[in-house]
Design a protein around this ligand. Structure first.
Ligand code: GAR
Length: 206
């Protein structure tokens, strides 16, 4: 019986969100996605979530006078759903230290590069412009920095001679769709132990 509760934050397309919902509904992750929250009313992921019967909430950033007011509303929308884990899935805003501290090691993010290389926006473009031969994706716990938290899962892909930002992004996205469910499953199996910067993956729960 899936008892774990996941809240997913999105801003756009929502394919990583969809993979997490599918993995939960298929019983691959012992948890359920109880709410999807978007800061963007136009996010395509909202309809995707609804198609799986997952309730959605919009906290439209533009409707608030400042970042603090937006975040207070976001935090409230998260709290109402009583999550064990919050998954950022293409959520394009930075959470304040207050938010992060309220859910220490209970917020994950997926980033389309092998961190600590290429944090921030346009990670795939940064990788191409730098000229790396290998890139990939990273699932990490969120800390107070931007894409700096302890790393849980990484998957690599080659950068090919004729890659564009789009073709590289598509190759990385395939790996994202494997990496995120894997990291979330390990979390709900009780197999992640954070030791400083390192996240140890245990053979069995402690
Ligand atoms: C994904 O590639 C994700 O790694 C990236 O946005 C995309 C969202 O796609 N996130 C970031 O760049 C965060 N800095 P999706 O909405 O289809 O999951």
């Amino acid at each position: 019986m899936a008892t774990g509760r996941i809240v997913i934050l999105i801003s756009g397309r929502g394919t990583n969100m969809e993979r997490l919902i599918q993995a939960c509904q298929a019983g691959e992750i012992p948890a359920q996605v109880v709410r999807v929250i978007s800061d963007n009313p136009e996010a395509r992921g909202l309809q995707r979530a609804q198609a799986y019967g997952v309730p959605t909430v919009v906290v439209p950033a533009r409707a608030f006078p400042d970042r603090a007011a937006f975040e207070a509303a976001l935090l409230e929308a998260v709290r109402e759903a009583a999550p064990d884990l919050i998954c950022l899935a293409g959520f394009m805003r930075i959470l304040s230290p207050r938010f992060v501290q309220a859910y220490r090691y209970r917020i994950m993010n997926i980033h389309p590069a092998l961190l600590p290389s290429f944090p921030g926006l346009h990670a795939q473009r940064q990788a191409l412009e730098y000229g790396v031969k290998v890139s990939g994706c990273t699932v990490h716990f969120v800390d107070e920095g931007v894409d700096t938290g302890p790393i849980i899962v990484q998957k690599a892909v080659p950068v090919l001679e004729d890659d564009t930002e789009e073709t590289l992004a598509a190759r990385i996205l395939q790996k994202e769709h494997e990496a995120y469910p894997e990291a979330v499953r390990l979390f709900f199996e009780g197999r992640l132990r954070v030791e400083g910067r390192r996240v140890r993956i245990l053979d069995r729960p402690e």
